[in-house]
Design a protein around this ligand. Structure first.
Ligand SMILES: *[C@@H]1O[C@H](CO)[C@@H](O)[C@H](O)[C@H]1NC(C)=O
Ligand SMILES: *[C@@H]1O[C@H](CO)[C@@H](O)[C@H](O)[C@H]1NC(C)=O
Length: 334
């Protein structure tokens, strides 16, 4: 009761002029005005109440690691290495109240095997609105930075966007897609933000999350998967991570060629995505059926998976396009 009176008092002070105008009118209007005003102050003194319903707020809360793990298990297929690394990296980072640098993940592998998908899952677990959140920023090289003659301009832009957005929300997420198509050197402009600085010009970047997506390294990963004596399921991060970073640094078309991000160890994890097998493609079909609210149909999944093309030519183990064209192929069958 005391609290209610307190907030009413505050409301009266705030809305004093308005209320006295209303008081001059009639008692019923007055009662409604007071009720409305107190509901409003109620809202405003409980951020939980309006954040998410009325407006999106920048949340720095620790991640719900159970929900995140469930999401990864349910929505990402055939990527045990990526799943484990990403789970550990993100939960560790989000639960750390005082990280020494922002989190930087670099995801690698052929097209259609889950890189974009997993960035979506990360975004949704950090900000409820996921890719639609105003705190999640997606940059696609060929769309946002297409022209070679505008590189100096792009550099300024990237820096000012990151600075502006992190100032608004320390827990901002930046996703750079098509890293392998980014002009050489452009990525180095974000180096200062990824480094171990407490702050730069009054802004701390340590809670931000940077995700780089790239097809580069896909061939190396495939070679390791095919060539190592281990079963696919037994492959671990150590089997792939170092070959991957060496390849990226030395490959002119990787977007990271001679990049100081690699040189200075500013990328926290190189996350390999393995080529998908027939059974994973089937899982993608089943997931798509569930997503569309249709009954799960083994036979249908089998037929769609059989229509995909597989490599290497002789043994035909891995899907060329991962799960990328599954949805359109499925359309033809429905
Ligand atoms: C975390 O997620 C799990 C699984 O979705 C859910 O049951 C639980 O209530 C969530 N915990 C919190 C604190 O939101
Ligand atoms: C945040 O980033 C977006 C690009 O995603 C940009 O358009 C916007 O201007 C940035 N905001 C600030 C305050 O810099």
């Amino acid at each position: 009761m005391a609290k209610v009176r307190g907030s009413l008092l505050a409301t009266c002070l705030l809305l004093g002029p308005l209320l006295s105008a209303v008081l001059a009118l009639e008692p019923v209007t007055t009662a409604i005005a007071i009720a409305t005003a107190s509901v409003l102050t109620g809202y405003l003194s409980y951020p939980r109440f309006y954040c998410g319903r009325l407006v999106e707020c920048c949340e720095e809360n620790a991640l719900n690691s159970t929900a995140f793990q469930l999401d990864l298990q349910k929505k990402l297929f055939g990527q045990h290495v990526a799943r484990d690394v990403i789970y550990r990296a993100l939960t560790g980072f989000m639960n750390n109240e005082n990280p020494k640098k922002p989190l930087a993940l670099s995801l690698h592998g052929w097209t259609g095997i889950g890189k974009n998908h997993v960035s979506k899952i990360i975004a949704e677990n950090v900000h409820e609105k996921g890719m639609n959140s105003k705190y999640v920023h997606l940059f696609v090289s060929t769309m946002h930075f297409p022209h070679t003659n505008k590189i100096p301009q792009y550099k300024d832009q990237i820096q000012s966007w990151i600075r502006g957005n992190v100032t608004n929300c320390p827990r901002s997420v930046f996703i750079f897609d098509e890293m392998d198509k980014l002009h050489q050197g452009l990525i180095d402009t974000i180096k200062p933000f990824l480094d171990y600085y407490e702050q730069i010009d009054g802004v701390s970047y340590r809670k931000a999350i940077f995700i780089f997506l790239s097809n580069a390294g896909g061939d190396v990963i495939n070679r390791v998967v095919l060539g190592s004596g281990k079963k696919r399921e037994d492959l671990e991060l150590q089997d792939l991570e170092s070959v991957l970073s060496v390849e990226l640094f030395n490959n002119k078309d990787s977007g990271f060629w001679h990049s100081s991000l690699i040189d200075k160890n500013l990328i926290d994890f190189y996350v390999p995505f393995l080529p998908l097998e027939f059974r994973h493609v089937k899982q993608c079909v089943m997931a798509e059926l569930r997503h569309r609210g249709l009954p799960e149909d083994e036979q249908l999944a089998l037929r769609v998976a059989q229509e995909m093309t597989y490599f290497p030519k002789d043994s035909r183990i891995f899907s060329d396009k991962g799960c990328k064209t599954v949805t359109t192929k499925l359309d033809l069958h429905l």
